[in-house]
Design a protein around this ligand. Sequence first.
Ligand SMILES: [Zn+2]
Length: 74
Amino acid sequence: MKVMLCACGCRLEANGDAGLVREALAHRSREHATSVSDEKLVRRVVAENAYRLEYAAPYAGGEGPDEEFGPEPY
Ligand SMILES: [Zn+2]
């Protein structure tokens, strides 16, 4: 299972990088229709930001608590 947080705070999950790219593309066309959904860019974002759920510590980012359904961390 791979997990990635979208810039909007949405949590995307899939079984692998390829699935996560598909999820991210679908999410972007659904929620961010105005932004460019360039598959290459999305792939890079996924590669850089996705993490394996098994190894992810809740506060791995070191930026304070990030509740799954909490307020936006901005
Ligand atoms: Zn989003």
